[in-house]
Design a protein around this ligand. Structure first.
Ligand code: NDP
Length: 403
């Protein structure tokens, strides 16, 4: 029985809080704080209607560390679950240290003024969390999150070593809009337009954004173009699976999405440097985000499925030489929406955030310091994925990927 404070009230938070309320034996008291309290109240109302559970709500700017520290001290949760934006990771970690409470997030820290995301800033907190006897769990979403747990499950049960790893993220959903992002537009566009990087022979190799495209046949979705990108779990996977010769991340985008993005980039609308407009500074990407459809409004119209997973090749544990396994989850947008009122992208992130929190609160995952998902036993997490709406499957492929 544990009290938890969730920060942020977007789509991911909505799913996570609903799923926490559905697991009241673990999450005995749920508190929800965000910049806009009305959004917390809307989630609390939906949770009440769907589960009968009460969620207490607060307004907080998570970048105001003293105010956030006071709020944490007032609520006295056992765990703070950060589902705001990556910009708030460090202030929330600071407040957790000041208040003496464990921490969890789903995306690594990103400074507002640089389109750069890496774990170094948060790994630097390891000694402070360790010395305080506290635990911080980083990246407990789907990717990062489940994709790393999938890799570690394969390494525990199927492969002695992983030589090659490809993470394939396919969203086969159609929301019926000309252009929209399925999670926070600012974060999404910064991520997609960043240079691609993959791990090869002990170092990251950089290639221009969206320059490598492959068609892949996804189960339950069909053939889709996927593009090689940089994604943060490549950094932690390369660190915790040291024998990795190559690791890549792929995400599917339709031609219409790529065309819109190309035009927006060419006309300067995705810039993150402020420009003067009618006597005041605006950031083009922030203005663009303000006029795009809000991701949380897409749920009602989105149809189709997501298929996200890992293909790993390495020396088999059973002594049968080199083998290749594909491990993945398929999630249906309409089923996700029916359960919590949010589409599958929020669902596939919010459910693992809840499971990561459950791992910490039940003691299944413990430690003092800052941890990535790869450092924890994958089995109890994988069991909960099956029980909590994200069932996975694993199959052996004929050989390594040929792209
Ligand atoms: P949204 O933009 O829908 O929600 C973000 C929430 O954070 C909003 O409620 C926002 O408040 C709140 N917020 C922003 N700034 C502050 C602040 N200074 N203080 C308090 N609250 C603040 O995002 P999503 O729900 O789509 O994503 C949430 C997180 O999940 C992001 O970090 C994202 O990168 C991550 N993510 C991870 C994935 C994974 O698989 N690992 C996949 C998808 C997302 P307001 O409403 O006032 O703007």
């Amino acid at each position: 029985m544990s009290k938890v404070l969730v920060i942020g009230a977007g789509g991911v938070s909505s799913v996570c809080v609903h799923k926490m309320a559905m697991n009241a034996g673990i999450f005995s008291e749920i508190h929800l704080a965000s910049r806009t309290r009305a959004k917390c109240d809307a989630i609390a109302a939906s949770v009440k209607e769907r589960t009968g559970q009460t969620v207490q709500t607060y307004e907080i700017d998570a970048e105001e560390v003293p105010a956030l520290t006071r709020l944490i001290q007032q609520i006295e949760p056992r765990l703070v679950v950060n589902l705001a934006l990556p910009y708030q990771d460090l202030p929330i970690m600071d407040a957790c240290l000041a208040a003496g409470v464990d921490y969890l997030d789903t995306a690594n820290y990103e400074p507002k003024d640089q389109a750069k995301f890496e774990y170094s800033w948060q790994w630097d907190y390891h000694d402070r969390f360790k010395d305080a006897g506290l635990m911080a769990l980083l990246g407990s979403g789907f990717d990062p999150g489940v994709t790393s747990v999938f890799a570690m499950w394969l390494k525990k049960h199927k492969l002695k070593t992983i030589r090659q790893l490809d993470i394939l993220d396919c969203n086969g959903g159609d929301h019926g809009q000309a252009f929209a992002t399925n999670f926070n537009p600012e974060i999404n566009i910064r991520e997609v337009t960043a240079a691609a990087r993959h791990w090869e022979n002990g170092q990251f190799v950089e290639t221009p954004a969206l320059s490598k495209k492959v068609e892949f046949e996804f189960e339950a979705v069909g053939a889709k173009n996927m593009y090689m990108m940089y994604h943060e779990e490549l950094e932690s996977l390369a660190r915790f699976i040291p024998e990795l010769e190559r690791a890549r991340f792929w995400m599917t985008f339709g031609d219409a999405y790529i065309n819109h993005l190309t035009v927006l980039k060419n006309v300067g609308m995705i810039g993150i440097e402020p420009v003067m407009y009618q006597g005041r500074e605006i950031v083009p990407l922030q203005f663009l985000a303000s006029v795009l459809p809000k991701p949380e409004t897409l749920g009602a119209t989105t149809k189709g499925k997501t298929n996200i997973g890992d293909i790993a090749t390495g020396e088999a544990l059973d002594g049968g030489g080199e083998k290749t396994f594909y491990i993945y989850n398929i999630c249906d947008h309409e089923e996700a929406y029916a359960e919590t009122g949010n589409q599958a992208i929020s669902y596939t992130t919010g459910v693992p955030a809840m499971i990561g929190a459950a791992m910490m609160l039940t003691g299944a995952w413990q430690g003092d310091g800052v941890f990535n998902m790869e450092q924890m036993d994958p089995d109890p997490f994988m069991d909960m994925l099956n029980e909590q709406g994200l069932p996975w499957q694993v199959k052996e492929l004929a050989g390594p990927v040929d792209f």
